[in-house]
Design a protein around this ligand. Sequence first.
Ligand SMILES: NC(=O)c1ccc[n+]([C@@H]2O[C@H](COP(=O)([O-])OP(=O)(O)OC[C@H]3O[C@@H](n4cnc5c(N)ncnc54)[C@H](OP(=O)(O)O)[C@@H]3O)[C@@H](O)[C@H]2O)c1
Length: 360
Amino acid sequence: MPASNTRFGSSPSVAKCKSITLTAKCGEPVIMPVVALGLWKVPADAAFSAVTSALDGGYRHLDCAPVYRNQAIVGAAITAYLTEHAETLSRRDLFITSKVFPSPTNMHDNFENDVRNTLRELDLKYLDLCLIHWPFEYEESSLEDMWMAMEDLVKNGLVKAIGVSNFSSTKLKRILEIAEIPVSVNQVEMHAMFRQEALVNFCNNNGVHVTAYGPLGSGDQWASDGLGRKCAAEERLLSHPETLRVAKSAGCTPAQALIAWIVHHRMCSCAPKSVNPSRQAENIAAGSRDFVNNNKILGLLSTLDKVEPQVRLQHGAFHTGPPESGKCFRTLEELWDEDVSYMLDRDFERPEGFMLRPSQ
Ligand SMILES: NC(=O)c1ccc[n+]([C@@H]2O[C@H](COP(=O)([O-])OP(=O)(O)OC[C@H]3O[C@@H](n4cnc5c(N)ncnc54)[C@H](OP(=O)(O)O)[C@@H]3O)[C@@H](O)[C@H]2O)c1
């Protein structure tokens, strides 16, 4: 096979995969494929084959994190794949995202160590994108301190672009006020059942690209053979009547309708997780330009702008607690900076000492 000179390798499905240029500052454009393989909940013993089949199917963007506890296997799969396809694919054809997780024992001073560990696990010399996983701040370490530590990661050549995850516009504003290196991405829960219009508009107006996590409704969180968590909604996104209606009219699968809505209608990127090669193929195909060019789906997608209910599925209650819990948020209102009253009567996991609102 001839050596590839395209940015994302020679596979036909890759050439068609839509990508965007991030606002970044590293002397070269940082180009991100808009569909990543999500790696949360991929068991370590399934990660090698999941990454290999995804790369075979044209994925060039992997969404990793140390807390997903599979980075070493993901790294082994990347190395094996690059070795086997050395003539057509190189490291620069891939886009690897990972994250740093602030905690009372992992303040900003440790971010560099954290990223070096991640790079060791992934067997890489640099990350394309590194995100602050959650906006946790502690007395000793503010969000602003953490952002400065993120900027050092770029200055030290460990990462090309930096961003945040799970940041409200209130918290993001604080970073934007002091950032010398652009905030490239805010990775947040976003899908037709939690559209986040105000936050997406805020990000768009400030040059921050939004990556949608849980784009298919995160079904394996609620499944008894998955994480077995309680879901805060009765409806499931993949089987929601509006999702099924769009998919049927467009002649695509429900997952493809949801991904196309994010990528081609909301102009965001997303990280669907799948360990199943045919679902992986389905998901990445929906992110290609041809998918909307050759399909009547584009005109149907606005139907998903009206889906009800709107529910934050990744509610974050685990990250709240009383002062003695060591959690930095007491309430969900403090975490999300938004009206959470719609969660009042929902039956989801509430850790001991958890409060929805300060008055409770
Ligand atoms: N930054 C953060 O705090 C954060 C939080 C949550 C998630 N994330 C990222 O976002 C990624 C995606 O979110 P998620 O894993 O919660 O959920 P998701 O991608 O919305 O949903 C994953 C579920 O959908 C199934 N699925 C995948 N493709 C399908 C298809 N074509 N048809 C039917 N079912 C399909 C998967 O099953 P199979 O695997 O069996 O196919 C799995 O059960 C994560 O893996 C992670 O990388 C980030």
